[in-house]
Design a protein around this ligand. Structure first.
Ligand code: DGT
Ligand code: CA
Ligand code: ZN
Length: 574
């Protein structure tokens, strides 16, 4: 059983316990175990064989004995017993946008629904609306969510998962003496928001021995296909990986080919034809069959008379034309981001103290950060009431004094945009804060006009400086709110309210499409991590990936500005 298999069982247990109504700490213990195994970085079966289960952080006796039983017998009695009490097919219901464990339990107990098909049938027959607390609208929403679920691709992973798995493989490949160099290509190198499979390109004269060594990696559990230059495997986490091997003299064309996208490659091949060349992963061929090989990727573009095109742009969205005319955009880089403007602490739902977050931000290299905890109405996130947010100001002042001016701390809030469009604090409180981020977290399924008007109202409030994660989507879990983005972007540009590109891997919101349009329309942007823990600052690269794919340069990104300019922008506002 691979890590994904074990993790899935613990996740199922957590879901079933939650539907059953067990205390939340029990549910969370299994959820944590599931996450730990999923992101373990090595095969759980290897760890188990070496007797190291209990040394895994977050795995105690109870969990480790269950992993042991699973790997030893392929079964888990506790889980089997649980599935006789709560039908396991109920878990599928939780993948529907508007159904949580409480609703799933009620559908089951009050209507006998145990599967997605039964849920759909009940909704279509108008049975859901008869339940207490439900109505026509919520029933229609569930039908919509069911449709969205059907459309969703399920076999792609979030970019952070792909990135972390790839880093482990790249590091091990780098250590092999037969490897001259190795890089990740494919959708990961282009920083797509989700990744189908990994493409790793190695430069080596010894493809055979390299592939043999690759097969011995602890992360590799199964071979899918093997050819002369490419081997395809399944990894412990269920992800697939291709390893492409080419001699160092041909590394440039191989890397270019495997980076894609396919549509971009088609454009380059058309261009090559105009020069009387045919381009493949092995190199260029002239009409007389003689070859031009490229050790470096930039040579491929050079031969076609082009500057090197950053991978994030290689989607056939006008980048080849722009390169031909020498007007490729200057793209944002991680080092441009000198500040972070969206951070949570344990004052609301963050995991760390204010001081820990400020110190971590400084260590990450930020010159300034804004503390933006949740406001009172978001009770699940322990949002701050007016008294608490005023107390927080004093706590921040104290930390600022103790840290000196190596880092500037702004006091902000992530304020709820309430269902009726009002903000969660009165204006005079907002006026006291350095930075106001307005966000939608609830009632995301309002009709288009209602929710658009709601967000527009927030943008027009003179105290609002930024919108948090404009559409509220969660990749693979929740569809974006049905917003009229053109009018949102227009209003944001007019009022110079910055739109966040939230770097949390499941959010990446604004998405690249909206971000590109936003820049065209003259909007300000901010690439924020929304960190709830110091480790989350490392999500920054995913936000930068979205920005780069959207052709965004540093100029319009407010947290690439020096502190004085940010301060000035904020002080001219309410
Ligand atoms: P993914 O894995 O679905 O997230 O997306 P990619 O872009 O990594 O696509 P993948 O893994 O199917 O292939 C990796 C690269 O190999 C792709 O970006 C371009 C190149 N490639 C694959 N198949 C073809 C093909 O049939 N024609 C061309 N021109 N290129 C291909
Ligand atoms: Ca791929
Ligand atoms: Zn938020």
């Amino acid at each position: 059983m691979n890590n994904r298999g074990v993790a899935n069982i613990f996740q199922n247990i957590a879901d079933l316990l939650e539907i059953k109504g067990e205390p939340i700490y029990r549910v969370l213990a299994y959820r944590r175990a599931s996450e730990t195994v999923r992101s373990l970085g090595q095969s759980v079966e290897d760890v188990w064989r070496e007797g190291g289960l209990e040394e895994i952080p977050g795995v105690g006796k109870a969990i480790s004995s269950k992993i042991d039983e699973l790997l030893r017998t392929g079964r888990l009695e506790f889980y089997e017993k649980l599935t006789t009490e709560v039908p396991p097919s109920l878990i599928d219901l939780l993948r529907v946008g508007d159904v949580g464990p409480k609703k799933a339990a009620r559908f089951w107990k009050e209507l006998g629904i145990t599967s997605l098909d039964e849920l759909e049938a009940a909704a279509k027959a108008g049975k859901l609306r008869e339940l207490r607390g439900m109505g026509k609208r919520s029933e229609a929403r569930i039908l919509e969510s069911l449709e969205a679920l059907k459309r969703r691709q399920t076999d792609r992973v979030l970019i952070n998962h792909a990135w972390e798995t790839a880093q482990g493989l790249l590091a091990s490949l780098q250590e092999l003496p037969v490897v001259v160099k190795v890089e990740a290509a494919g959708s990961l190198r282009r920083w797509r928001e989700t990744v189908g499979d990994l493409d790793l390109i190695a430069a080596s004269e010894d493809a055979g021995p390299l592939m043999d060594a690759f097969l011995e990696f602890p992360q590799v559990i199964r071979i899918i296909a093997r050819g002369e230059t490419k081997i395809s495997v399944e990894l412990y986490d269920g992800l697939r990986a291709q390893l492409w091997v080419h001699p160092p003299s041909r590394f440039g064309t191989a890397l270019q080919y495997a980076t894609g996208s396919q549509a971009h490659n088609v454009r380059l091949r058309e261009l090559a034809k105009r020069f009387g060349l045919s381009l493949s992963e092995h190199g260029f061929k002239r009409e007389d069959d003689s070859e031009i090989t490229c050790a470096e990727e930039a040579e491929v573009y050079q031969i076609l008379g082009l500057p090197w095109i950053p991978p994030e742009l290689r989607e056939d969205r006008g980048e080849v034309q722009a390169a031909m005319e020498n007007r490729l955009p200057q793209l944002l880089t991680q080092s441009d981001l000198v500040g972070e403007l969206h951070v949570h602490t344990d004052w609301s739902d963050g995991a760390s103290t204010l001081k820990e977050m400020v110190e971590a931000a400084q260590e990450f290299g930020f010159q300034y950060l804004a503390i933006t905890d949740h406001s009172q109405s978001l009770a699940v996130a322990r949002g701050l009431d007016v008294d608490r947010i005023r107390q927080q100001r004093m706590a921040i002042n104290e930390i600022q004094r103790s840290m000196g001016d190596d880092i500037h701390i702004l006091h902000g809030v992530e304020i709820e945009i309430l269902a009726d469009g009002r903000l969660d604090y009165p204006d005079e409180i907002l006026a006291e804060l350095d930075l106001v981020i307005a966000s939608l977290h609830t009632a995301l399924r309002q009709p288009r006009e209602t929710i658009t008007a709601r967000l527009l109202k927030a943008i027009r409030n003179p105290h609002v400086d930024m919108i948090g994660h404009p559409t509220g989507r969660l990749i693979g879990i929740r569809e974006p709110a049905d917003l009229d983005m053109e009018s949102i972007l227009e209003a944001a540009a007019e009022h110079q309210v910055a739109l966040g590109i939230n770097a949390f891997p499941e959010r990446l919101d604004l998405s690249e499409g909206h971000a590109r349009r936003a820049v065209e329309m003259g909007c300000l942007l901010a690439v924020n991590t929304d960190a709830h823990h110091p480790e989350h600052f490392t999500f920054q690269k995913y936000g930068v990936g979205v920005a780069r794919r959207a052709w965004v340069g540093p100029g319009s990104v407010v947290n690439s500005w020096p502190f004085d300019r940010v301060y000035e922008w904020l002080s001219t506002r309410g």
